[in-house]
Design a protein around this ligand. Structure first.
Ligand code: PEP
Ligand code: MN
Length: 345
C-alpha cells in the first residue's frame, strides 16, 4: 500500500503517517519524489484499514498495490530506477550497457585476452564466472577465489567493471569485493537465503531469470532484494526451458516490454544462454535491443573451441565486434545509445 502525500504536506504530517503505519505493526518507507512524497507501507497482510490513513492531515490518496510484488512494481514507483555503477555508468536510463566476456575465468592469459578484446569492441563491463553452477559435478567448476583475483587484475589492467556470479553465502565477502555487480544465476533465482543477504549489501545485483520461472516469480525474487533495502537491481532474461531441443533455451523477448510495464527496474538480455548457439546470438542481441533491453550480456572467448564451459555459445572477438556495431545502429533507431567506456577509479 502506498500513501501519497499532498505536494505541500509538511514534514510533521509525513512523520505522523510514518508513526501511524508503525503503530499498526508495519514498516514505513518514505519516498520523497519530485512532485510529492509517498510513504510505502511494507508487510501488508491485507488487513490494513486504509480509511485510518486516508483521513490523516496531508494525505492525498491511498493506492493499493495490486501485484504480489510491491516495491518492485511500477505502481509503487512510476519512474525508472537507475542502477549506478562506479565511473558514472548507469543502467536503466537511455544507455544500453554491454557486459561481455567468457563463461568462466580459466586462466590469467585467457581472462586478460578476453577483457582486452571486449573492451576494444566497446563493452564496458567484463563478465566471467569464478564459481560455476554446472549441471554435471564432473564439469569444470570454476577457479573459485583464484578466479576472483584474476578478475581484479583484469579490472585494473583494462578499466572494465566486473560482473561475476555468487553461488554460496560463504563466499559473499570475497565476491562482493571483486565484483562491481553481483550476479545471481538462474539456478539461484529462488535461493531466498542468498537473496536476503545480498539485499543487505549496498552493491548492484544482476538477477537472472530462473530456468522455468514466471515473470511474477522473477519479480518476487527481486522483491526479496528490495525488501532488504537494496534497490540496485538489474533483471536479466536468459531464456527459459522449452520443449524443443533445437535451441538450448527459449529466449523470451516479450519479457523485456512486460517487465518494463510491470516494474521500474532495468532488464537486460543474455542471448548467449538464451539460445546456446553461437550463430543465433547476434540476431537475438539485435532483437533484444530493438525490444528495449537496457543492456546485453554476451559470452565471448578468445578461442571458443578451447573454452572450459559454454564454448558452443561463445562468440569470437571478431563476431562480438560485429555484434556491437549492429547493436549501436539499432540503438540509434530507437533513440538510445550503447554506453561507452566508464572511467573507473
Ligand atoms: C552464466 O552467466 O554463465 C550462467 C551460468 O548463467 P545462468 O545462470 O543464466 O545459467
Ligand atoms: Mn555460461
Amino acid at each position: 500500500m502506498l500513501i501519497v502525500m499532498q505536494h505541500d504536506a509538511t514534514r510533521a504530517q509525513i512523520d505522523q503517517v510514518v508513526r501511524t503505519i508503525e503503530e499498526l505493526g508495519y514498516q514505513a518507507r518514505p519516498m520523497p519524489g519530485k512532485q510529492r512524497t509517498a510513504v510505502g507501507l511494507v508487510g501488508n497482510d491485507g488487513k490494513v484499514d486504509a480509511s485510518r490513513l486516508l483521513g490523516m492531515d496531508g494525505v492525498l490518496e491511498v493506492i493499493h498495490v495490486t501485484q504480489p510484488y510491491k516495491q518492485v512494481s511500477r505502481e509503487w514507483k512510476p519512474e525508472n530506477t537507475l542502477v549506478r555503477l562506479p565511473g558514472g555508468l548507469t543502467i536503466g536510463g537511455d544507455d544500453i550497457v554491454v557486459m561481455a566476456g567468457p563463461c568462466s575465468v580459466e586462466s590469467e592469459r585467457q581472462i586478460l585476452a578476453a577483457a582486452r578484446a571486449v573492451r576494444d569492441a566497446g563493452a564496458v563491463i567484463l563478465r566471467g564466472g569464478a564459481f560455476k553452477p554446472r549441471t554435471s559435478p564432473y564439469s569444470f567448476q570454476g577457479l573459485g577465489l583464484e578466479g576472483l583475483e584474476l578478475l581484479k587484475r583484469a579490472r585494473e589492467e583494462t578499466g572494465l567493471l566486473i560482473v561475476t556470479e555468487l553461488m554460496e553465502l560463504d563466499t559473499l565477502d570475497a565476491v562482493a569485493e571483486a565484483a562491481d555487480i553481483i550476479q545471481i544465476g538462474a539456478r539461484n533465482m529462488q535461493n531466498f537465503a542468498l537473496l536476503k543477504q545480498v539485499g543487505r549489501l549496498r552493491k548492484p545485483v544482476l538477477l537472472k531469470r530462473g530456468i522455468a520461472a514466471t515473470i511474477t516469480e522473477l519479480l518476487l525474487s527481486a522483491e526479496y532484494l528490495l525488501a532488504e533495502g537494496n534497490d540496485q537491481v538489474i533483471l536479466c532474461e536468459r531464456g527459459i526451458r522449452g520443449f524443443d531441443p533445437a535451441t538450448r533455451n527459449v529466449m523470451d523477448l516479450t519479457a523485456i516490454p512486460l517487465v518494463h510495464r510491470l516494474s521500474h527496474l532495468p532488464i537486460i538480455a543474455d542471448p548467449s544462454h538464451g539460445t546456446g548457439l553461437r550463430d543465433k546470438v547476434t540476431p537475438m542481441a539485435r532483437a533484444a535491443v530493438a525490444a528495449g533491453a537496457d543492456g546485453l550480456m554476451i559470452e565471448v572467448h578468445p578461442s571458443p573451441e578451447r573454452a572450459l564451459s559454454d564454448g558452443a555459445q561463445s562468440l569470437t572477438p571478431g563476431q562480438f565486434h560485429e555484434l556491437m556495431k549492429q547493436c549501436r545502429a539499432i540503438a540509434e533507431v530507437i533513440g538510445r545509445r550503447v554506453a561507452e567506456t566508464a572511467v573507473v577509479s
